[in-house]
Design a protein around this ligand. Structure first.
Ligand code: UDX
Length: 468
């Protein structure tokens, strides 16, 4: 029988490329061949990665050569355009492989991209969705579609009647993913999720892979009878294998100076507050000022990633661009106490011994990276799945504290200081969080090591696929 041969299609975003490329690594480790597909622009920016006899890249245009479209950028339009370009590319890749007498064993793709599944079905090729958020989120969306829609939607307005789903604490309005909020400008993203879930239910050959692991979400991974979730995480760049530039071989889309590592080397153990809001979002100017006030009042050293937002600012969900690189009023004081950078190699930062706390927007990759590195968190969710992820951090795993906003939705400096002191200030709760973080770190490393649960689950899935 021919060697298994997989196609991986990654949506062109950092939070998709990272886990998708790690999945490629795991598949290569089994002796299979992999064709990795994303846009030409994203691929050009992936660092430290070379094709080999079993790893091929097949890229497609995202239209960048047609010039920038930022002035009237619409995420909905962008997704439609991506769907069209990506479907066509996947068709061509399949046709080309058939032309050589080959056939893909399975097409894996990062959710949400139901169009890839549709193409796979046209050619009768099995497909596997790589869900890049926690199993908890898949569960919430699944139950929302299957009988709990009213309960979850009402909950957004009525905090006195929380929704109870299998294996989760009662869901309150502040935990509900914002795509489900009535009137959300991102509701169209939920319709894609719904489509993905329906096709997973209707396609016997389709599989659902989740970037999580049993010890982290054991009940959630088993919360749906009719859809089996296969835990293949944590899918994170390994620190071994790092090139001489220090660039992660996982496909960092933004590279720059690495002075911050030298600076971290000079700081005491577990003392530094690391602050980052992922690859898409940024804070509004007033929120940044409050963040700065909070940091200054703790007096603790910090490393803060401030970058331009691609799509939206501080979680108001209006989909507007924030492009200003505004100076903070207290920049000079901030620069004496810590460091501000436009991007960093996050896994390397989180695994640095001087980092003691991560102020995070709770994007799933960031959350998982913090878990794997054993760093307690201040959960500062902005939108989408991040609200439910913050609930996991504070209420389920007890490895962090969640901030509360004021009546205008702004998290004030005093609130940030309070949360930072709860995590870093010593005392029973702080020690408890540190102990829980350490336990999860050990479990994550056990699950992700060569031959661990993730490899075993993937191997069983591949055997199923190969035997048809
Ligand atoms: C998006 C959504 O916003 C998030 O809610 C969802 O869970 C995944 O998709 P994003 O906001 O980019 O993701 O956050 P996250 O999932 O945390 O991914 C960001 C990635 O960028 C992480 O892997 C992180 O290590 C990396 N990163 C971020 C850096 O390498 N350097 C930085 O300075 C910031």
């Amino acid at each position: 029988m021919a060697n298994p041969n997989f196609l991986i299609v990654a949506f062109a975003g950092q939070s998709h490329i990272n886990p998708a490329f790690q999945l490629a690594g795991r598949l290569l480790r089994t002796g299979a061949s992999v064709t990795f597909t994303t846009t030409t622009t994203a691929h050009r920016s992936m660092s430290g990665i070379q094709a080999s006899d079993r790893l091929t890249f097949a890229t497609y245009s995202d239209g960048a050569e047609e010039g920038p479209k930022l002035s009237n950028f619409s995420l909905e339009q962008h997704m439609e355009d991506s769907a069209r370009r990506c479907s066509e590319a996947v068709r061509q890749i399949i046709e080309a492989s058939r032309g050589k007498g080959e056939n893909f064993t399975c097409i894996f793709y990062t959710a949400v991209a139901p169009w890839v599944g549709e193409v796979a079905r046209c050619y009768d090729i099995p497909s596997g969705v790589l869900w890049i958020q926690p199993a908890t989120l898949f569960e919430i969306y699944y139950y929302y579609i299957n009988g709990y829609g009213d309960s979850i939607t009402n909950e957004s307005n009525d905090p006195s009647s929380p929704t109870q789903l299998p294996g989760l604490p009662p869901l309150t309005g502040r935990d509900v993913p914002t795509f489900l909020t009535p009137g959300s400008p991102f509701r169209f993203l939920f319709t894609l999720i719904e489509k993905e879930i329906q096709s997973l239910k209707g396609d016997r050959k389709a599989r659902l892979l989740v970037n999580s692991f049993d010890a982290l979400e054991s009940e959630q991974l088993n919360a749906i009878d009719e859809l089996k979730m296969v835990a293949v995480g944590p899918l994170l760049p390994s620190l071994e294998g790092r090139g001489s530039s220090g660039a992660s071989p996982g496909g960092d889309l933004f590279l720059g100076s690495r002075d911050y590592i030298e600076w971290l080397d000079t700081q005491p153990a577990a003392s530094v507050v690391y602050i980052s809001f992922g690859s898409i979002s940024a804070l509004s100017k007033p929120q940044k000022e409050e963040m700065a006030r909070g940091l200054l009042s703790t007096g603790r050293p910090f490393l803060w990633v401030i970058k331009k937002a691609l799509i939206m600012d501080g979680g108001d969900g209006d989909g507007k661009q924030e492009e200003s690189e505004d100076q903070l009023s207290c920049m000079e004081e901030l620069q004496k106490q810590g460091m501000i950078v436009p991007w960093c190699s996050q896994v390397e930062v989180l695994s640095h011994p001087s980092v003691g706390c991560f102020v995070t927007h709770c994007g799933w990759n960031s959350t998982l990276e913090s878990v794997v590195c054993g760093v307690p968190m201040v959960a500062f969710p902005l939108w989408a799945d991040q609200l439910a992820n913050a609930m996991l951090i504070q209420d389920v795993w007890k490895v962090g504290v969640r901030v509360s906003g004021n009546e205008r939705g702004v998290v004030e400096g005093e609130e940030l200081t309070r949360c930072l002191e709860m995590v870093l200030g010593g005392g029973e709760r702080s020690e408890g969080m540190r102990g829980n973080a350490k336990r999860l770190k050990d479990a994550a490393r056990e699950a992700g090591k060569e031959g661990g649960c993730a490899d075993k689950n993937l191997k069983a899935l591949l055997e199923e696929l190969v035997s048809g």
